[in-house]
Design a binder for this molecule. Structure first.
Ligand code: G1P
Length: 357
């Protein structure tokens, strides 16, 4: 069985970070979101993976993942020229998939559950589709499934009156029957070929569609707060400390901490769970729980907590704590003495700055 991971989305809700990189490459616990999906799929025994990318972001994925060999998988890049919907993305991969069953994974999803039982439940059934579902409090934001036993008897995309609380979270297994479904649907109100409509076709034409419900944590990492929450959840599960850098004696460390080589911690408090990359300098600083710091970051005389700071950034002399923040690459934040007290700001399009007193 092959897998396809859909990564062509523009990630508009994660601007400005997505002006320069794909949303699936944003680091969570210092690893791109997409790598977690690749690892999950590999762990389930699938090593042929097609990445459905856009013409704009193809290169950024190739730069990180190459042909996949370093990650133990074989990656094929399939370009979806226009963003015409999830079912359209599947159609772009038709030749790659061939006649086999396949796993489809929305690339910005993080799930804790292993995929083995899900795949087994598809294989043990005579279903043409098995769809991963999870109970949610806000089903109207998702595709929603109505179940009878293991069967899904109806699916609705973003319903005003949801028929259940079971959301389609973005991991599916299909037989080639889905291509018949896709051939028989029309673009939706948002002018996209919806995979939910193709699934609806299967249900209405006597194909078997099953649901597989998970109760463990998962997250669609579409918004900055989702990324920060995902970072927090993954750091919560940090198994062990691993300190390759140098912690000077006048620093204090507590909890589980990962520190990369070449990193120097001086006169600072690091309270885990925290991950700090390579070649960073942390001086007179407090790095609080649930924080991930990329490579080559310089933090001096500042406090950071529950945040992601990406590579090559500098945070110097801040009198306020940086909290619940997502800071991109090569960002420079500093506070200086002097009058008039003011903010001097250079922020890219769609940046957000919140000051709390
Ligand atoms: C898509 C699917 C929807 C699913 C969701 C999961 O929606 O159409 O059924 O619940 O992904 O994230 P979109 O995020 O494209 O609006």
């Amino acid at each position: 069985m092959k897998a396809i991971i859909l990564c062509a989305g523009k990630g508009t809700r994660l601007r400005p970070l997505t002006h320069t990189s794909a949303k699936h490459l944003i680091p969570v616990m210092n690893k791109p979101v997409l790598l977690y999906s690749i690892e999950k799929i590999k762990q389930a025994g699938i090593t042929d993976i097609g990445l459905i990318v856009s013409p704009d972001n193809k290169e950024s994925f190739q730069n990180v993942f190459g042909d996949g060999i370093d990650f133990g998988v074989r990656l094929e890049y399939i370009v979806q020229k226009d963003p015409k919907g999830l079912a359209h993305a599947v159609l772009c991969a038709k030749e790659y998939i061939g006649d086999d069953d396949f796993l489809m994974y929305l690339g910005d999803n993080l799930i804790k559950e292993d995929l083995d039982t899900f795949i087994k439940s598809f294989k043990d059934s005579k279903a043409d589709a098995t769809i991963l579902l999870a109970p949610v409090e806000n089903p109207s934001r998702f595709g929603v499934a109505k179940m009878k036993g293991n069967n899904i008897i109806a699916v609705v995309e973003k319903p005003k009156n949801p028929p259940s609380n079971l959301a389609i979270i973005g991991v599916y297994i299909f037989s080639k029957a889905i291509f018949e479904g896709i051939a028989n649907i029309k673009p939706s109100w948002r002018n996209e070929l919806e995979i939910t409509d193709a699934i609806d076709y299967l249900i209405n034409n006597n194909f078997i569609v099953n649901g597989h419900i998970i109760y463990s944590w998962w997250k669609d990492t579409g918004m900055p707060d989702d990324i920060i929450e995902a970072n927090r959840r993954l750091l919560e599960d940090l198994a062990d400390s691993n300190i390759l850098g140098n912690i000077a004696e006048n620093s204090l460390t507590q909890g589980k901490i990962v520190i990369g080589k070449g990193t120097n911690i001086l006169d600072s408090v690091i309270r885990g769970p925290v991950i700090i990359g390579e070649n960073c300098t942390i001086t007179y600083a407090y790095i609080g729980p649930f924080t991930s710091i990329g490579d080559n970051v310089d933090i001096k005389n500042a406090e950071v907590e529950n945040s992601i700071i990406m590579e090559n950034s500098k945070i110097i002399n801040l009198s306020r704590k940086v909290d619940s923040s997502l800071i991109g690459k090569n960002v420079f934040i500093k506070e200086i003495e002097g009058k008039p007290k003011s903010l001097k700001i250079v922020l890219g399009d769609h940046s957000q700055l919140t000051l709390k007193d």
